[in-house]
Design a protein around this ligand. Structure first.
Ligand code: CAA
Length: 368
């Protein structure tokens, strides 16, 4: 990381998982699939689900309220709200307007929605960071939210990876984490996962999307490591966080990346076990929350880090675009106050069974 005191980063965080969940083993029973395929083969546990009247607006607003409640600033200190999502509820009106309405946020505020499949939340973070850095006199902070509801067609191979959630961050003083201004992007036009207008569920070429993701991760890490040799720069990182469509996908992508740098199986296994796999413990209970997935992993990882510990965050969005970010833990990371959001939501959520899941799908007029 460049040696300069980074003035901007994550000042506060709030997370939110919806009120329902389904165990993937119950879905396996419904679909006549060996449960181990979902739990061991894909690395899944639960999928978070929204009741019919619970949309990305509720997810995003609750996460934002939690982030604001922990921040020493006031709502009037927010000068930008950006919501990253691919679960838009309108093709013109930005999701940020619905959230701002619920929060009572208006006035001298830039408000917009960012779309790029699962990468949209990271783009919103980067834009807020660059907005702050471009305006050193900017006293106001940015409210950034990544939120999605991921539902596939019934019986789609991606169905077990479904999920939902929201992560809200106040981008201002780097109290929880500083974000390195320099990042490493890679994009290639591809139809790996897309959702044509008017279609409720995505079309996905699962195997191809994994190949795209692996290529993107390799290119981004090559760009980072080009400035230094892999052992040194990766050894400096306490953890590597990835966008988590499902945990096995991350494991394969990480392995692909470091094989490019000549790592042997033992070194790969050790590093994965200690610095990659632990980042995903919350993702196993949210499922794929698209734009929020990476930031759920980052939030999980930042808690407990001591000041100055560095982590990487690899963001991927189908279509595809990707970007590798570097973060450095701030003085409040070790408090991990936002963990109580996940603990509370998981303690309170209701687990439905496979029959209730089928009925829920019928009751959801449109998942977005
Ligand atoms: N016990 C243990 N393991 C088993 C098993 C059993 N009984 N049965 C199967 N498995 C293993 C298989 O060996 C395989 O593991 P490996 O990949 O390590 O070999 C794994 O379970 C999956 O088995 P299959 O490949 O047979 O499963 P599938 O073909 O039904 O579907 C998939 C796999 C293609 C990944 C499918 O789950 C899928 O399409 N998922 C969604 C794809 C996805 O999320 N892509 C990312 C883009 S979406 C996104 O997040 C980005 C964005 O911008 C939206």
């Amino acid at each position: 990381m460049q040696n300069h005191s980074i003035r901007v980063g994550i000042a506060s965080m709030g997370l939110h998982l919806p009120p329902l969940a389904l165990k993937v083993t119950d879905l396996a029973r419904l679909r006549g699939v060996e449960p181990d395929k979902y739990t061991l083969g894909l690395g899944l546990q639960d999928m978070a689900l929204c009741p019919p009247d619970y949309t990305v607006v509720e997810l995003a607003t609750e996460a934002a309220k939690r982030a604001l409640s922990r921040w020493q600033g006031k709502l009037s200190d927010i000068g930008l709200i950006a919501v990253g999502t691919e679960s838009a509820i309108d093709m013109s009106r930005p999701l940020s307007a619905w959230v701002a309405d619920k929060l009572g946020l208006k006035g001298a505020v830039r408000s917009y929605e960012v779309k790029h499949a699962c990468y949209g939340g990271t783009l919103a973070v980067r834009q807020a960071l660059e907005w702050k850095l471009a305006n050193p006199q900017q006293a106001k902070a940015a409210l950034v939210i990544a939120t999605d509801i991921a539902l596939y067609t019934e019986n789609d191979p991606g169905e077990p990876t479904q999920g939902a959630g929201a992560v809200a961050m106040i981008i201002d003083e780097p109290l929880i984490a500083a974000i390195e201004p320099k990042s490493y992007a890679w994009s290639e036009p591809a139809f790996d996962f897309w959702r044509p207008l008017g279609e409720a569920y995505p079309r996905v070429d699962g195997a191809f999307s994994q190949a795209c993701y692996q290529r993107a991760a390799t290119e981004c890490f090559k760009a980072l490591i080009a400035e230094d040799e892999s052992e040194k720069i990766l050894a400096e990182l306490s953890a590597l966080c990835f966008h988590v469509p499902f945990p096995k996908m991350v494991k394969k992508a990480f392995s692909q990346v470091v094989q490019h740098f000549g790592w042997n199986e033992q070194k790969i296994a050790e590093f994965y076990k200690t610095r990659v796999e632990p980042t995903m413990s919350w993702n196993r209970y949210s499922g794929n929350a698209y734009t929020a997935s990476l930031w759920i992993a980052v939030a999980n990882t930042l808690r407990g880090l001591t000041v100055g510990e560095k982590i990487a965050a690899f963001s991927y969005g189908s279509g595809f675009g990707s970007e590798l970010l570097l973060l450095k833990a701030g003085p409040m990371a070790h408090l991990g106050e936002w963990a109580k959001d996940i603990e509370q939501d998981m303690a309170q959520r209701i687990y439905i069974d496979e029959h209730e899941y089928l009925q829920l799908r019928k009751d959801i007029v449109s998942p977005h």
